[in-house]
Write a protein of this length. Sequence first.
Length: 145
Amino acid sequence: MKVVVYSVKPFENEFLAKANKKKHDITLISNSLNRDTVMYAAGKNTVIITDGDSITAAVIETLAGLGIKYLVTRSIETTHIDKEAVFSFGLKLANLPFYSPLAKNMQANADQVIKNLDLWELNKCVGKACVCAKNCTGAKDMKAK
């Protein structure tokens, strides 16, 4: 997958690189995602954000127009994302079904983000990380897909 990761903190670089193992083409930038920085997603199919990025319908419309198919938040919360717009533009959305700011768990957070990419690349459900319009139950629905 071709991915841009917004709002990357310096300490996250190593965790994401280790989790990715050079599988996905990932661009890391420190800027948050907004109307002024959305152009960094051009040529990508996936955007990864944090709960510090406020994702409006206008940003989602632009992302969809750029060909973005997948959106991952590096957080449990999804209240910072206009989910109605995500679903209306047909994007798939995932979060972290768990999150820990503790240093020892930062690798697990990065691993989950990359696991979401791996599963989507295989056209599979991301399980408990799925935030979908169908209100699916994650792992249970993976068997049906």
